[in-house]
Design a protein around this ligand. Structure first.
Ligand code: IVH
Length: 718
């Protein structure tokens, strides 16, 4: 490796730092930052380092020293970080051209038969229409999107939250399974697949980490995730990761007409495609393949957690499209969960953000399939008492007690569950568990509504546990996505009264930033960089989308999908807020509008309206909004979003596509589909044998079109 020492640069001594005036320090630090930039470029891009690692560290250390002493320098360092400068740890976030979806799951054969049935129903296919599928092992790693432009690898992104991924290009380039150049010179070809660590490399890595006292990884997936996100690409290279290509993302020209052919083309281009991929022509064949793979699972040198079934014909995949986070044309058939027996040490009651009390079994820690499990969900009071949702006994009527031995199982990443009690091991001294009648956090009475299995704390905004859980939800990845704001930090900040409501988060820097009397950077466990990083993440989160923001509020019954449905229907925050406030009167047009949104049930509508009607929300909302920039809703436009903002109603029997497909296609083009006609309807699509809707539409002066005119409209979009 060629190494040219940096001329004229020597580490600062403490005396030198002390002797500098602020302006001088600023001039010095600008020079140093420039040097770091050069060194980074030389190292990462030119593969021709200009300094040793030790010198590089010393250089960064000097910058820290100067920044610690001079506020002016701190500002400069932060500015550098903001423009994607060299000191920012971690990776830049990049938006996926096509979102990276996840897969819906099935665990039983019935789930898979239902999967096929739902596809047939959506497409209006009878048993005569054949559908071919591809069955592939589901690799337990992490997905990566590789973008090639004119045959050259230009970008590698992790999945991230599915919308934005982390740019790990330099690291991905070190994987031998990832071609840097392709013989195919398409303008754009994005190849997606799974990065994984083989079982034997995983064992080797943990062995050597144990020897040198470094972090031990819980499983190969965690090890692969940690390895692809190394700050130094050489470190990634040492971890010997593998990559299987399994689909395409963005492309300028299609590669094939079927998924199976596309995989073959990818093989020809030099990618590794899993050798156990199989083309199948029926569900029975898929299920046989599943059995075969699950029997051979232990022989594979990489972890798989199920088998993925995909509709083979790309045209059909396109017609089927996706729900908000999963495609309709694929499903993961997961392997059954792994089990172990352990003892319950205690039963904790956790308070959720909406006041729900959830019992959790604290377990004697146990290793289940490579993961240490120390707690399991107990669902609710009835579950502990061995009463099922239908009021009938479960587990042969055996209740769950502290000190009981239980069979625990875990499926995927979800919180482990209890399968049964080992009665033979129960001690005679155990007693039935007494379910609390007050909230363990605030002492308010817990109330259980009729027909509800959950009891809830009635302390509302006065309950600290609810407030803390609400804040954790607010900053979480799928909500406001504030990086580095972990649960512990929220709990600490709440306890020391720094953050009580979401508004306080956005005032944190003003109150406890570098120019304040009490500074976060001086707190135990914090430093200049970590504090600056948190402030930066908070500032980035000020720019958010309408659906994220609605979801982040943590309103009962308003999950992620409903939040995005609301955003799609109301488009702007101002409109949403005023309409929902006005919907409080059940006689209002706004209430009728809200309830007529397909997918919004009465319970959701009531919860939403009640939330915004509360004095507490109203007071908080204006302050919170003044801290944010909530983007108007913008759906992912296809070539021409011909139906943008139109409200459409379908009636009668359509001949060319099912109602389900028609609705999905309309929504893809930005339309709202409602079930009932009103003066707000823009378009009525008339199928055969329609009832009274056409007459009503005429009265309301709503435009009526035939199914063929409707298809014509859609074809303009394709
Ligand atoms: S297809 C539209 N195929 O499973 C979804 N995914 O639970 C496209 N995975 O995020 C994914 N092996 O990381 C697909 N053969 C395979 C896969 C696979 C593993 C992972 C992938 C995805 C996750 C979804």
């Amino acid at each position: 490796m060629r190494y040219i020492p940096i001329m004229g640069y020597k580490t600062f001594t403490t005396e030198q730092v002390d002797a500098l005036a602020a302006e001088e320090a600023l001039i010095e630090v600008k020079k140093l930052l420039k040097l770091v930039g050069k060194a980074d470029f030389a190292y990462h891009s030119a593969d021709d380092p200009i300094m040793t690692d030790a010198e590089y560290d010393a250089l960064k250390n000097d910058i820290m020293l100067l920044a610690k002493k001079f506020p002016l320098v701190r500002v400069e360092v932060k500015k550098e970080e903001r423009v994607g400068g060299t000191l920012a740890p971690g990776f830049t976030k990049v938006k996926h051209v096509i979102p990276m979806l996840s897969l819906s799951n099935g665990t039983s054969n019935t789930d898979i038969f239902n999967f096929e049935a739902s596809i047939r129903k959506f497409l209006g296919f009878s048993v005569q229409n054949s559908i071919s599928f591809v069955s592939e092992p589901k690799i337990d790693g992490l997905s990566l999107a590789l973008r090639y432009e004119s045959g050259i690898l230009v970008q590698a992104l992790t999945r991230g939250d599915g919308i934005n991924g982390e740019n790990v290009t330099l690291n991905a380039m070190t994987l031998p399974d990832i071609p840097k150049r392709l013989s195919n010179k398409f303008n754009v070809l994005e190849v997606r697949g799974e990065v994984y660590m083989s079982k034997h490399h995983f064992a080797e890595l943990n062995r050597s980490h144990k020897e040198i006292g470094e972090k031990i990884f819980a499983n190969p997936r965690n090890a692969a995730a940690g390895s692809i996100r190394q700050l130094d690409p050489n470190r990634t290279a040492e971890r010997k990761l593998g990559f299987f290509a399994y689909s395409l993302g963005d492309f300028s020209e299609p590669l094939a007409e079927t998924h199976f052919e596309a995989l073959n083309k990818l093989k020809e281009l030099g990618f590794r495609v899993n050798p156990r991929v199989k083309l199948c022509s029926s569900i029975d064949e898929l299920l046989r393949h599943y059995e075969e793979i699950s029997c051979n699972r232990a022989e594979l040198d990489y972890d798989i957690d199920g088998v993925v079934y995909k509709v083979n014909e790309i045209k059909l995949q396109r017609r089927l499209g996706s729900r908000s986070t999963t495609p309709r044309w694929a499903i993961a058939h997961k392997f059954p969960p792994e089990e172990a027996i352990t003892q319950i040490i205690d039963i904790d009651i956790q308070v959720g953000r909406t006041g729900s009390l959830s019992p959790v079994a604290k377990l004697q820690p146990i290793n289940i399939g490579g993961v240490i499990v120390s707690s399991a969900t107990l669902h609710n009071e009835d579950y502990i008492a061995a009463i099922g949702n239908d009021g009938l006994p479960i587990r042969d009527g055996i209740d769950i007690r502290v000190n009981d031995w239980v069979e625990v199982y875990r499926a995927g990443d979800v919180i482990p569950k209890i399968k049964g009690v080992v009665l033979e091991k129960r001690s005679s001294t155990t007693k039935k568990f007494k379910y609390p009648v007050v909230c363990p956090s605030c002492g308010s009475p817990a109330k259980r509504e009729e027909n509800d299995s959950i009891s809830r704390c009635t302390g509302a905004i006065f309950c600290p546990a609810q407030a803390i859980e609400g804040l954790k939800h607010f900053v979480s990845r799928r909500a406001m996505n504030i990086d580095g704001f972990g649960n512990k930090i929220i709990e600490n900040f709440f306890l020391i009264d720094w953050i009580k409501t979401p508004v306080d988060i956005f005032r944190l820097e003003k109150s406890f930033g570098p120019d304040s009397h009490i500074r976060l950077e001086d707190m135990d466990g914090w430093g200049l960089l970590s504090a600056a990083n948190l402030f930066r993440a908070i500032n980035e989160a000020r720019f958010t989308t309408l659906s994220r923001f609605i979801y982040a509020l943590g309103i009962r019954h308003i999950g992620e999908q409903v939040a995005s449905l609301l955003a799609k229907n109301y488009l702007t925050w101002e409109n949403f807020y005023s309409q929902i406030c006005a919907a409080h009167s059940k006689k209002s047009d706004q209430w009728v509008d809200l309830c007529s949104i397909d997918g919004i049930g009465k319970t959701m509508a009531e919860s939403l309206v009640a939330y915004f009607y509360s004095e507490h929300t109203k007071n908080m909302m204006s302050e919170l909004i003044s801290e944010l920039h909530v983007e108007d809703f913008e759906f992912v436009e296809s070539k021409r979003s011909v139906l943008k903002n139109l409200t459409v109603v379908f009636t009668g029997t359509l001949q060319q596509m099912t109602r389900l497909e028609a609705k999905a296609r309309a929504e893809e083009q930005g339309a709202k589909v409602t079930s009932s006609l009103s003066s707000k309807t823009d378009l009525l699509v008339l199928g055969e044998n329609s009832g009274s809707k056409a007459r009503k539409a005429k009265e309301l002066q709503v435009k009526i079109i035939s199914e063929y005119e409707w298809l014509d409209l859609l074809s303009k979009a394709d």
